[in-house]
Design a protein around this ligand. Structure first.
Ligand code: AR6
Length: 231
């Protein structure tokens, strides 16, 4: 592997240096693949138009709550670009709360190519889903269903046909899915967050009391789902 295949920018500078200079990439993937790791996007903050300040408070609060249940597992918040406002907000708030950066960090990249493009081993990825658990619709949902292929769609249908806001659904990925064979992802966890977009179903009309509660429930369900398969 060349320099280009290691994380182009992983929120934590120290991690970047470690991956690119201190260790041989092959030994990294070996060591890292033993660590249960959940990569998750920021639920509800793009198409569902949830306020970023409020969402970052919820994310950091929930991560903090689950920290001592993690064991050696890791949580990684992912977004596509280094200009991601949600990643900056979460990084700053996590640092303020002195959250262990080995157990929780941010990462820039496509959640469907974390291993092949970013050198980051994540055995579980979360999806910001729609209530019908349908492929398409843009955002990270379209990307994950696309990368997961028909095997992900079939495995999802086997588990459930719909999801209520604030809930998560753990889907074991068949080894025929490219996400499994290429990226090492064994489970996808679909999460349905609160919606503030009037053009999408179940819009909460800016009710952030309810919205924050639903977003908290969504992350609780996600992290509990992850822990149920991590250890
Ligand atoms: N890798 C990593 N992060 C991504 C990727 C990716 N490939 N694509 C988007 N993000 P969104 P929502 C980030 O809109 O707001 C869908 O149509 C993105 O920058 O995907 O919960 C579903 O079908 C943002 O930070 O999810 C639902 O109807 C985060 O992922 C609806 O959108 C979430 O953005 C859900 O809306």
């Amino acid at each position: 592997k060349t320099q280009e295949t290691v994380p182009s920018s992983s929120g934590m500078a120290s991690q970047k240096i470690k991956v690119s200079e201190d260790m041989a990439p092959s030994s990294i993937s070996q060591d890292e693949s033993d660590i249960p790791t959940l990569a998750f996007p920021s639920i509800s903050t793009a198409d569902f138009q949830f306020d970023l300040e409020k969402a970052s408070d919820v994310i950091v609060g929930k991560v903090e709550e689950f920290m001592d249940k993690l064991g050696n597992a890791r949580l990684v918040l992912v977004d596509l670009t280094e200009r991601s406002k949600i990643l900056s907000l979460v990084r700053a708030k996590a640092a303020e709360k002195k959250i262990n950066s080995k157990r929780f960090f941010t990462f820039i990249g496509d959640i469907c190519q974390l291993y092949t493009k970013g050198g980051l081993c994540c055995n579980v990825i979360a999806n910001a889903a729609n209530w019908r658990l349908k492929p398409g619709g843009g955002g990270v949902n379209a990307a994950i269903f696309n990368a997961g292929g028909p095997a992900l769609e079939a495995a999802t249908k086997e588990q459930a046909r719909s999801l209520l806001p604030g809930n998560a659904l753990v889907v074991p990925l068949p080894s025929t899915s490219p996400l499994y064979s290429k990226e090492g992802v064994t489970h996808v966890i679909h999460v349905l967050g609160p919606n503030m977009n009037p053009r999408r179903p179940n819009c909460l009309d800016n009710d952030y009391v309810k919205g924050c509660k639903v977003l908290e429930d969504a992350y609780s369900s996600l992290f509990k789902g992850f822990l149920s398969i991590a250890n």
